[in-house]
Design a protein around this ligand. Structure first.
Ligand SMILES: Nc1ncnc2c1ncn2[C@@H]1O[C@H](COP(=O)(O)OP(=O)(O)O)[C@@H](O)[C@H]1O
Ligand SMILES: [Mg+2]
Ligand SMILES: [Zn+2]
Length: 326
């Protein structure tokens, strides 16, 4: 089965489950309303028979226009009556109407003869889920990011303490997620090993996934290797590169840890450039200093990195602190 087809089938299933859940919800609404206002049942039956009368008029001989008009008028007044009863009994006006997750395609997944955007969103989210399956997105949250690991006496270059600097970084990321909007310039996290860059990147990713955005997280070596494999092996049916370009947020962990190659450079440039043109952000973290980034990556890449919000991480290796405090 082709790579995409698998996701299309999964998305179809998701959509029909969604539809069933909504139909169930509607049936419960109708039952609740009819129990409280028994009169509604009779009125709704009248509506249904109106519809069948309409059908019989349409197939009968003669000019059906006036008959159709009569039935339509009658139906309208029944509908009005139903709504009045609903409201006067504390229900919302359209409480008995069908419920749709997507008003555009009414949960059919097709809109104006094409796949509806809601369907494509499901496909995209399924693909992201699979790519993220191995990451620790659930374990690393803002809540578990403890500022006490950072010294409140040791000073950073700015003159502020490490903890103050890190509090700024944490708050920046929380705010970034709170009012996440597209386009935005993304974040570059810079600093030594064990200072919490991966932890904070994953926290951002998890937060935005919970808000319904499509997020892909991967380490630079893993992501580039995956793209490379698909690029050079025509038997692999996949479109990782396209996903990396199109997801709402791409998180590249540990930039610089990947093998040095021309191909990877072109992939990185392509990703940064395409995403920036679309106003789609990247969160990148790296152990490299700004100078090292400039040496390793050509100007058209490093200039894009510096254009992002640069957050500097300070402190001592938390992995070590945790290990020795056990
Ligand atoms: N502020 C923090 N509070 C609690 N645990 C942290 C914090 N920062 C890092 N850690 C933990 O320390 C370990 C190393 O952090 P990590 O995010 O991988 O560092 P980096 O990516 O900068 O090398 C991880 O287990 C991580 O969950
Ligand atoms: Mg890391
Ligand atoms: Zn739709």
């Amino acid at each position: 089965m082709s790579y995409l087809k698998k996701y299309y089938i999964m998305a179809e299933n998701e959509l029909s489950e969604r539809k069933m859940r909504n139909e169930e919800k509607r049936r419960a609404n109708i039952a609740a309303a009819e129990q409280k206002v028994p009169q509604l049942k009779e009125l709704r039956r009248g509506l249904l028979s109106g519809a069948s009368k309409l059908a019989s008029v349409l197939v009968s001989d003669g000019d059906p226009r006036s008959a159709v008009q009569g039935i339509a008028k009658e139906n309208m007044s029944v509908r009005k009556k139903i709504n009045e009863l609903l409201i006067s009994n504390g229900f919302k006006e359209n409480f008995l109407d069908p419920i749709y997750g997507c008003e555009k395609c009414k949960d059919t997944g097709i809109y104006k003869g094409k796949r509806c955007s809601c369907f494509m969103d499901i496909v995209k989210n399924l693909q992201c889920l699979e790519l993220n399956a191995s990451s620790a997105m659930n374990l690393c949250s803002f809540a578990s990011f403890d500022l006490n690991y950072y010294s409140d006496t040791e000073k950073a270059l700015s003159g502020k303490t490490c903890r103050e600097e890190m509090r700024y970084n944490l708050n920046y990321c929380i705010r970034y997620c709170d009012d996440f909007h597209l386009p935005n310039n993304g974040i570059l996290m810079i600093g030594g090993t064990g200072l919490g860059k991966t932890h904070l990147s994953l926290a951002v990713g998890g937060e935005l996934i919970n808000k319904g955005y499509s997020v892909i997280y991967g380490s630079a070596p893993d992501l580039f290797r995956k793209v490379e494999r698909e690029h050079f092996d025509s038997t692999l049916e996949s479109d990782t590169m396209q996903l990396l370009q199109e997801c709402d947020l791409l998180i590249i962990d540990d930039l610089g840890a990947e093998f040095e190659s021309k191909f990877y450079l072109s992939v990185l440039y392509d990703l940064l450039n395409t995403r920036m043109n679309k106003g789609k952000p990247v969160v990148i973290n790296t152990n490299f200093t700004l100078q090292e980034l400039q040496n390793r990556y050509v100007g058209r890449i490093s200039s894009r990195l510096f254009f992002m919000e640069n957050l500097h991480f300070y402190g001592s290796d938390i992995r070590m602190i945790k290990k020795f405090s056990e």
